[in-house]
Design a binder for this molecule. Structure first.
Ligand code: GNR
Ligand code: NI
Length: 174
């Protein structure tokens, strides 16, 4: 169990193109375990490896949409290695996105509503599936991280400047 520090904007590492994982091995699984711990600790629904400073094409996602009888979230962490969008719907959807690397800032982002994605799981087995809803949005947000792209790159300059100003103000206050 290791909670790692999260890389925040404007750290230049967030602009790196992450490298494909050559073989899914115990080192990959150890990274996935640390990323999962870090995601839960930060109360995020997804995390890309570069957000903990590792430039490999690895993501973890847990939308935590299910709850048990006591209302506690049921954990269902999924790992995605070398994920690729193969096809995307013409239909778009808008979601108010946040990012652990741009703390406490949110903006509406428009993306394809559905995406056909291929990936390897933590055992190295291949999967290919159409994703929709929040999972499709989150997956596209995370794959953007692997390509050095942040949600603020998808919004107008006016809105981006607002988000960055609010973040600077928040940091001055802290
Ligand atoms: O926790 C997160 N919430 C979120 C909300 C809407 C769209 C995407 C996300 S991902 C984000 C965690 C994060 O920064 N992942 O890279
Ligand atoms: Ni993010």
């Amino acid at each position: 169990m290791a909670v790692l520090p999260i890389v925040e904007i404007p750290d230049p590492r967030l602009r790196l193109i992450s490298k494909p994982v050559a073989t899914v091995d115990d080192a990959t699984r150890a990274l996935i375990a640390d990323m999962t711990d870090t995601m839960y600790d930060a109360k995020g629904i997804g995390l890309a490896a570069i957000q903990v400073g590792v430039d490999l094409r690895v993501l973890v996602i847990d939308l935590q949409e299910r709850e048990d009888e006591e209302g506690r979230p049921v954990r269902d962490p999924r790992a995605y290695v070398n994920p690729e969008v193969l096809e995307a719907s013409e239909e778009l959807s808008i979601y108010n996105e946040g990012c652990l690397s741009i703390p406490e800032q949110y903006a509406d982002v428009e993306r394809p509503a559905r995406a056909r994605v291929r990936w390897l799981d933590e055992r190295g087995d291949a999967h290919e599936e159409w994703l929709e809803g929040l999972l499709a949005t989150c997956m596209q947000h995370e794959i953007d991280h692997l390509n050095g792209v942040l949600f603020v790159d998808h919004i107008s300059r006016l809105k981006r400047d607002m988000v960055l100003k609010k973040l600077a103000k928040l940091r001055r206050a802290a």
